[in-house]
Design a protein around this ligand. Structure first.
Ligand SMILES: CSC[C@H]1O[C@H](OP(=O)(O)O)[C@H](O)[C@@H]1O
Length: 366
């Protein structure tokens, strides 16, 4: 996507084999990039959320394997790198998907070929992510057009949660891909952006992205969405996903479930943008079977921002002594609250039969 007229991706290979990434921790205040030179550095970048968002986590892990193969390309090194990368963040299934895919492709190759091959495979996975998101956005555009036609003569109000934008992918985004395509097609729209505590991905990333592209948007506090829906100010919700089950349950950033409940209560369509690598056909019941990452207490007790002198600062907002140890990063929205899954193959109902018809069995899906 464009930043000040210049085309960017979130991750790329540097000429010397290092991996370049946008460091999301500095946004929206500064656009900074980092060079990752080893698999260990990629692990830190994923774990500490320099890069984040399910598809981008998968892409970063693929390049992490390439860096590992550059260091040592034995079977043991491949296994160890996969295990270390897999442990960085447990919830988004794209991480496991990317590691499974690359290790399956690399394992039969002679160790001497693996280094070059791993870079090519990582680049291929990244290009595929871009194509998937573009196509997914095309299907989402049709939904947005239909919604706009239902509300002629006024702007369409879309609510999104967290950052399922191009920063969360290699390019385009998932939820935002449809929004960018609709905006570019001249549809008059406006986006309500949930701030998304505790890490404020909506405030710091989605609002920044939309602003760079010129998309009209308003940042709202997480608790405002239900009120806006009750007053007819939300026509459509589109969110991303970290994992979707074979039954259509959606695991996404904490707070998604509450928005889905409010949407259901107010007859607001609630769509989930789901690239196929985010579908986990090995899991049926999202509530019982998905491991939810519990993140650091500091995310609750502290907030980060920019000081008047331009320094990035983190300050405490909670009293010392109050427990902040329960910090689930994600929740599960049951399939019954999901109007549809926007995928690169088309819009799919969130139920086992429709998902099986579009994506088949776990074996076929691989
Ligand atoms: C298209 S990204 C899916 C997803 O990733 C985010 O999680 P995180 O910021 O913790 O990596 C969020 O749940 C987005 O919707």
């Amino acid at each position: 996507m464009l930043i000040n007229g210049e085309a960017w991706r979130t991750i790329w290979r540097e000429p010397d084999g290092a991996v370049g990434v946008i460091d999301q921790r500095a946004l929206p205040h500064y656009l900074e990039t980092r060079r990752l030179c080893s698999c260990a550095e990629v692990e830190v970048a994923i774990r500490d959320m320099w890069v984040r968002g399910a598809p981008l986590i998968g892409a970063a892990a693929a390049y992490g394997l390439a860096l590992a193969m550059r260091e040592e390309a034995s079977d043991a090194a491949l296994d160890e790198a996969c295990a270390r990368l897999l442990a960085t963040r447990p919830t988004a299934v794209n991480l496991r998907w990317a590691l499974d895919r690359l290790s399956r492709q690399l394992r039969p190759a002679p160790a001497a070929d693996r280094r070059q091959m791993a870079y090519l495979l990582a680049a291929e996975l990244c290009n595929e992510d871009v194509a998937i998101n573009q196509s997914l956005g095309h299907h989402g555009l049709a939904l947005i057009k239909a919604a706009a036609a239902r509300h002629p003569g006024r702007r369409l109000n879309i609510l999104t949660h967290c950052n399922a934008g191009w920063l969360a992918t290699v390019d385009w985004g998932t939820a935002t891909s449809a929004i960018y395509q609709a905006f570019d097609a001249g549809i008059e729209l406006h986006v309500w952006v949930d701030e998304t505590r505790p890490r404020n991905q909506g405030a710091s990333l989605t609002a920044w992205e939309l602003g760079r592209h010129g998309v009209p948007h308003s940042l709202i506090v997480d608790n405002a969405g239900g009120h806006l829906m009750q007053h007819g100010q939300v026509d459509l919700c589109i969110v991303g996903a970290d994992r979707v089950t074979a039954h259509g349950d959606v695991c996404n950033k904490i707070g998604t479930y509450l928005k889905a409940l409010a949407a259901h209560d107010n007859d607001v369509p609630f769509y989930v943008a789901m690239p196929s690598p985010t579908l986990d056909l090995t899991v049926s019941d999202g509530l019982r079977e998905i491991t939810i990452e519990n993140r650091s207490a500091d995310e609750i007790a502290m907030v980060s921002g920019i000081a008047a002198d331009g320094r990035l600062e983190t300050v405490r907002i909670a009293p010392h002594g109050s427990s902040c140890s329960t910090n689930p990063g994600f929740d599960v929205t049951p399939a019954r609250l999901v109007t549809g899954l926007i995928t690169e193959r088309g819009v799919c109902a969130a139920n086992p039969a429709a998902i099986a018809a579009m994506f088949g069995t776990p074996e076929k899906h691989r």
